[in-house]
Ligand binder design. Structure first.
Ligand code: BJW
Ligand code: ZN
Length: 244
């Protein structure tokens, strides 16, 4: 049996699958991965600094504009065949009384636009701006607006609804992810380098519990050592082949 066939069999028989995704999931939709973005620059600014509390405090307009551009870029692209295969898997599983729960590190909305319900956005969303003072949430479309709008309630600054280094993950997102992992009997890890904590501890937790892990990634990652089956290919090409 090939690895693809073994993976397809595990997926077809799992009762409670967790799908854990990273930036590679959206790469074939045209969204650069986080580590690809680090190689490039944005108008001569380092993305690592832009995506940090320090960068935000130093220049809120600059950081807001960067996120607004990224939100606009995401709006212009479509979910890829990998996103669509995962959404179809969840529908097929539900008919059989089985469950598929998606945990993503991605701040885009491509899983949702493909038809998946996302159990947890661990690192927040490009489309969930909020006031940095009173925390009042603003509409998704507000994230697309430049220049940076102010909070209509307290007139303080809105901020992107993403999680920067050194910030705590949203409590609900972390709880939902932890619950899903505690209950799963299969994990599919797709397109993540596995270097960012605490997200990367989730596959570790599943592995400790003896849960089989399928990794889909053209390159080895920090999580490859946990994988029962490693499918060395891209998300959009590999997922439709293993999801029957
Ligand atoms: C394909 C493909 C294709 C390509 N198909 N695959 C030691 C222990 C524990 C924690 C820490 C520690 N040292 C420091 C920390 C804390 C820190 C951390 O983890 N740092 C590490 C870098 C060491 N973590 C945090 O700060 C977190 N908070 C926290 O820990 O709170 C407690 C605390 C508070 C105070 C002090 C210390 C602790 C918060 C982390 C927030 C991460 N936020 C970001 C930015 C979001 C906003 C934005 O997008 O601008 O989230 S960083 C960035 O990395 C983004 C991503 O979600 C995240 C993960 O990246 P991902 O998805 O893995 O992408 P890449 O680009 O790395 O990899 C892409 C992969 O795809 C590659 O493997 C490719 O091969 C593959 N690929 N094409 C399939 N077609
Ligand atoms: Zn406010």
């Amino acid at each position: 049996m090939t690895d693809t066939e073994r993976a397809a069999e595990l997926i077809a028989h799992a009762e409670r699958t967790v799908v854990f995704t990273g930036a590679g999931m959206s790469a074939e939709s045209g969204i650069p991965t986080f580590r690809d973005a680090l190689v490039g620059m944005w108008e001569n600014h380092d993305p690592m600094t832009l995506a940090s509390p320090e960068g935000w405090t130093a220049d809120r307009d600059l950081v807001w504009d960067w996120y607004a551009q990224r939100a606009n870029d995401v709006r212009r692209v479509d979910p890829n065949d990998g996103h669509i295969a995962l959404a179809q898997l969840a529908v097929a599983a539900r008919i059989d009384g089985r469950a598929v729960r998606v945990i993503t590190q991605n701040v885009d909305d491509l899983h949702e636009r493909a038809g998946s319900t996302v159990a947890s956005h661990l690192h927040g969303s490009l489309f969930a701006p909020r006031c940095e003072s009173c925390r009042r949430p603003e509409s998704a479309d507000t994230a697309l607006i430049t220049p940076r709008p102010m909070c209509p309630l307290c007139c303080d600054s809105l901020r992107p609804g993403v999680v920067w280094f050194g910030e705590l993950l949203p409590r609900d997102a972390w709880a939902a992810a932890s619950d899903a992992v505690a209950a799963c009997d299969l994990m599919i890890v797709i397109g993540t380098s596995g270097v960012v904590q605490p997200a990367a501890s989730l596959p570790e937790r599943a592995h400790v519990e003896g849960v089989p892990i399928i990794e889909v990634n053209p390159e080895p990652s920090e999580l490859t050592r946990l994988a029962t089956i490693r499918l060395a290919g891209s998300a959009a090409e590999t997922l439709p082949r293993v999801i029957g």
